[in-house]
Design a protein around this ligand. Structure first.
Ligand code: NAG
Ligand code: NAG
Length: 304
């Protein structure tokens, strides 16, 4: 029996070979995780006397005769479809046996970026927006987890385990947000993490996007009731406080049937000892909305 016949068995007789438990071949290590362009070496050992032991690999076919171990070694692995198989042809049954190497060739993404879909400039509180995270050139995608963060808090986790591709792909994830005013200046970030298992690098390699800072605009809201009634003693100092929260910061204007000092007309707070009974109306406005508040000033008689 010549070499050619053995090669024929190896190539065409895979249906009559066994693998797994009954196979007398052991791969060391049995699972390898290799970074793109890194070196790899795995040895295949036979647990009983073997006629031929070899690796079926596109990157050269090392083969030995009657040796109990053969090594598959690549200095720089860049082949995305490489699935090396170790085979053995034995003297006794089962005559043929093969073991496929669990090989993971990985590549961290070239870039991870985050954008606001169809919108530029500040967001408005209570409205819906879409954030898009795009990951370029990652492999294998089934080991990828994309984590979304608002500040230090993880808000969403996107797993791609239902996909299968050994070569690099581009993927994306969308986060729908309805910002509140408390989230003004919040930083959103997305982080791509390759969880490659215990044989992979520890901690798992991650690539983070640049943060996206969300400016959230909100209309003016008064911090005290919309109408206030004040009883003041004539000649004593009184304060009308119209302060409103809002983004951008509200601007103020005052109206009354009584004259108001020019320098106070644009202030949030009027403090005066010359207020007269009647109604003072203040307006707080920003680019989103204009809101008014009334101060009803009543005279209080001394000593009552
Ligand atoms: C973005 O805007 C374009 C053009 O106005 C529209 O066709 C598209 O559906 C929008 N996409 C989303 C996600 O709203
Ligand atoms: C006006 O009201 C705001 C909000 O309640 C408060 O922070 C501020 O100190 C008040 N100003 C004055 C002058 O009382």
């Amino acid at each position: 029996m010549g070499n050619n016949f053995l090669t024929w068995i190896v190539m065409f007789c895979t249906f009559c070979s066994v693998s797994g438990e009954d196979c007398s071949l052991i791969l060391k290590p049995s699972r390898v995780v290799v970074g793109f362009g890194e070196s790899v070496s795995v040895s295949c050992e036979a647990t009983r006397p073997v006629r031929v032991l070899g690796w079926d690999s596109a990157l050269g076919v090392p083969q030995t005769h009657e040796a109990r171990s053969v090594q598959w070694k690549v200095d720089s692995l860049i082949d995305w479809i490489e699935e090396p198989i170790c085979y053995g042809v034995f003297f006794t049954a089962p005559r043929q046996c093969e073991e496929k190497l669990n090989l993971v060739l990985y590549k961290t993404p070239d870039s991870v970026s985050i954008t606001l879909v169809n919108h530029t400039g500040p967001m408005v509180e209570g409205k819906e927006y879409q954030l898009l995270c795009e990951v370029q050139n990652i492999a294998p995608v089934q080991f990828l987890t994309l984590r979304w963060y608002r500040g230090p808090t993880e808000v969403y986790k996107h797993s791609f385990s239902d996909l299968t591709s050994s070569s690099p792909v581009q993927v994306s994830s969308t986060l729908v947000i309805t910002p509140t005013k408390a989230e003004n200046d919040a930083e959103y970030k997305c982080v791509a993490e390759l969880e490659l298992g215990p044989e992979g690098p520890q901690p798992p390699p991650t690539v983070a996007s640049e943060p996206l800072t969300a400016s959230v605009y909100c209309p003016p809201t008064f911090l005290s009731p919309d109408t206030e009634v004040l009883e003041i003693i004539s000649g004593e100092e009184a304060t009308l406080n119209c302060t409103a929260a809002g983004n951008p910061k509200p601007v103020y204007s005052w109206q009354s049937s009584h004259p108001i000092q020019e320098k106070m007309k644009e202030e949030a707070v009027i403090t005066s000892s010359a207020l007269l009974p009647g109604t003072y109306t203040c307006t707080a406005s920003n680019m989103l909305e204009k809101k008014s508040k009334q101060f009803i000033v009543k005279a209080k008689t001394k000593g009552v």
